[in-house]
Design a protein around this ligand. Sequence first.
Ligand SMILES: NC(=O)C1=CN([C@@H]2O[C@H](COP(=O)(O)OP(=O)(O)OC[C@H]3O[C@@H](n4cnc5c(N)ncnc54)[C@H](O)[C@@H]3O)[C@@H](O)[C@H]2O)C=CC1
Ligand SMILES: C[N+](C)(C)CC(=O)CC(=O)[O-]
Length: 469
Amino acid sequence: MTKRAAIIGGGVIGGGWAARFLLNGWDVRVFDPDPEADRKVGEVLTNARGALPMLYDCALPAEGKLSFHGSIAEAAEGADWIQESVSERLDLKHKVFAEIQAAAPGVPIGSSTSGFKPSELQEGAADPSTIMVTHPFNPVYLLPLIEVVPSEATSPEMVEAAKAVLTEVGLYPLHVRKEIDAHIADRFLEAVWREALWLVKDGIATTEEIDNAIRYGFGLRWGQMGLFETYRVAGGEAGMRHFMAQFGPALSWPWTKLMDVPEFTPELVDLIADQSDAQSGHLTIRELERKRDRNLIAMMRALKQQGTASGKLVGQHQRTLMRPPQDARPMITQDRMVPVDWTDMNGHMNEGRYGQVFSDAAEGVMAFVGADEAYVSERQLSYFTVETTIKYLAETRAGEEIIVESRVTEGGGKKLRCFHEMKRKSDGEVMATCDQLMLHVSLETRRTCAPPEDVADKVAALAALHAEE
Ligand SMILES: NC(=O)C1=CN([C@@H]2O[C@H](COP(=O)(O)OP(=O)(O)OC[C@H]3O[C@@H](n4cnc5c(N)ncnc54)[C@H](O)[C@@H]3O)[C@@H](O)[C@H]2O)C=CC1
Ligand SMILES: C[N+](C)(C)CC(=O)CC(=O)[O-]
């Protein structure tokens, strides 16, 4: 049965949560008293539809159903998960929890709060055991980190159930064992923010220079190795101990102002806002969001290829979504969105990527006849491509959903010949075709050999079936 999430509060963060659940096949019921909530959630969802599927080399589950409701009780009806993302006010959150628990007792409730501790959220609650912090990062539909912060009163079973739900929708639940104001990541970000404010206030750097210091340098390191692993490497062969001996004392040097908070005077606010306008004012917030999303997708896809950091998680989630072809006719061997990193200076999918699509399609055919990953690794047998002819019939752009239909046109002895048609999913137009000849090989001798009977029979049967078309 389709699972159901209730999203209470549909602003920047609630909209992102709604998109994350919907695009992972959950039904989503939203309550937000703002009369513009459906437009706002709709806009976040539009961005997310054009972004999240690009992370994966396969289709996401069919999108769930989105509905808006007039009360918390209605939105929470039948929910398997309730995510609270109302404005950051403790009294409001208490009121909302009371309404949720009256309507949906026993259902786990995650709060998006950036600052409040779970024990503060639980004050006066009818059932504190179902309440915990599940703190996301913007954009929730792309960034996987969720800080899961229970208090002593939160039921451990609820916490485990929460982690399972979050993992299912492609998120990375980081269990914060000790509750603390602002959790782990925001506490860290506050320190960076404080130093950045000082640098601007003291006229040392502009907002743009600070951003450049991050994005051309350590920001790149943080996205893949974090802080400690990066510094371990910086310690040279002697590693972390040497790093600390060398750079640890720097913390007491006079240039840091870690414990001093700059006063937020109107002058400082103007200075920062004006510099930020000069830096980025030529782009609208929506344009900046799209730029951010495209960059995040390209970076996370590169990390997926390396099997590391957030890319490792995307790879793991992808494995739960990948389905080998289900039917012989038509045999759908690819069902995916064209990602941003596949386009070239002509603004369309680069010709090399067509080879990638048809190579992945061939793997689908191989899996269908039993020559799957286990066959390759355990039996040391495989198929190698020896010839392809690709015809490019229509332009394909980033964000377009495509499918590939594959037919076996020759399937005797060592030969497996396929004809693939790449189609636009929305209207079925054929955008490219590929005639591909593969030969069966032994990975031990690296030479061609006949496939074993089980695979040979399936290849022959498929060729006969497809010949009837
Ligand atoms: N904006 C950010 O970067 C992040 C925010 N958060 C947290 O997420 C929560 C929401 O923040 P944003 O989405 O940024 O704020 P927002 O202002 O964009 O959205 C808050 C929404 O709550 C709605 N709301 C107010 N009273 C309500 C009620 N009684 N029932 C249902 N909805 C109600 C408002 O109409 C509004 O749409 C806060 O707790 C915040 O700390 C967490 C991570 C990042
Ligand atoms: C600014 N903020 C404290 C609300 C930010 C967050 O909580 C997380 C984020 O997305 O950076």
